[in-house]
Write a protein that binds this ligand. Sequence first.
Ligand code: KG4
Ligand code: ZN
Length: 340
Amino acid sequence: MSSKNTYILGIESSCDDTAAAILCNGKVLSNVVANQAIHEKYGGVVPELASRAHQQNIVPVVDQAIEQAGISLSDLNAVAFTKGPGLMGSLLVGTSFAKSLAYGLHIPLIDVNHMQAHILAHFIEKEGSEKPEFPFLAMTISGGHTQIVRVDTHFKMTVIGETIDDAVGEAFDKSGKILGLGYPAGPEIDKRAKLGNPKAFKFTKPKVAGLNFSFSGLKTAILYFVQKQLKENPQFIEENLNDICASIQYTIVQILMDKLKVAVKETGIKRIAIGGGVSANSGVRDALKEAETRHGWTTFIPAFEFTTDNAAMIAIVGHLKYLEKNYADQTVMATARLKL
Ligand code: KG4
Ligand code: ZN
């Protein structure tokens, strides 16, 4: 292999996906994700089961990433891993593995903030995909987080708004649970929303000051609404499922877009990037595309494989930090509540 190439292994284990990816000069050579089906029957992630599954998956997933990339371990220039935020038991598996591997190979170890990675996923080298110019606004929308971030450089990021209770992904998942959908419900609500009428039912939007979000009230409003309708018609959910999903999704998209409009007005920045699992949502993607013509924004929407948790996004942060020789040492620790 040419010594001019930079090969970074990224490892992600913050929640319920065990993932490994290899990047060469910022381009994806492999991006492997093992999902943990075990949590479906519990209707949410069970931390103890997640860490056990990571332990089983981590070596096979890394092996597969190396094999698919067509390289060998000795080609690696650095190992990047998710330090946090996330579930402690899950983070520990990836962290310990990354530390041992870097130690054994005598190569740099690089710690990565998962939320920064959702944003910097836009810097993965890919033909035909443009990178956002600085400064830009990033909205990270996932099962664990909902934030609006002002991004001035790769590493200078300021949170200017965030949820005061549930994350937007939880709003999807908890609403889905009320409707009897499987976990995580976000993708199914999205699928059904395409077949339903978004204005069939109206849910009130929360009133939260400034750029902060709140989603717990919406979940309660949906619960009471469904309970009331079921009293009158026990088949209400089955008969109206697509319309309910479309109406929930419409309300959530409106909440996100309203705050983005305020953020653009306050900062004067019209470049908007999104990241995180909920950025796979078709309603969110369509609304952002529409805002390009309607409000003159430039929007950056990640490819599907980089929306939900993946290790390519961890590896790109690793790559950018590697170029700056910004390494961690072997005393680095997983941090469940790591801030941006
Ligand atoms: O980023 P992610 O994979 O994990 C976290 O860091 O949380 O996000 C997972 C979240 C889940 O809440 C899931 O329901 C949601 O992303 N999600 C979606 C869609 N795809 C995934 N929500 C709405 N529409 C989708 N298409
Ligand atoms: Zn995530």
